[in-house]
Design a protein around this ligand. Sequence first.
Ligand code: FES
Length: 116
Amino acid sequence: MNVITSTARRKIEVAMVKVCSLSEIPPGTLKGLQLDDGRRVLVVNLDGELRAWDGTCTHEEADLSTGFLLGERVTCPLHLSQFDLNSGEAVTPPAKTSLRKYNLKVENEEIYVDLD
Ligand code: FES
């Protein structure tokens, strides 16, 4: 029998971070969140499909939530690299490294991202 201790339960709960309400991110928009530890999360709504990515550009750490969403790509506001928001792949230079993907869930109309 598996038992989840209160410490383990707290760790699970801490890993889920609320980003925003579902109503704040209509199709074709993105939303960013900066965490206290400096990490950024980027949530995008691609025609009703929600996805969560690390929100920091893999080139020189620009905030991708201030970039431009066009179709299924986000363009970095600093040097204009584009990232595919289905795969996370950096599809145009200068960025070469893909974005890290996060799992997310919607509960009671709120979007939570799993940072583990
Ligand atoms: S910081 Fe994003 S492309 Fe340079």
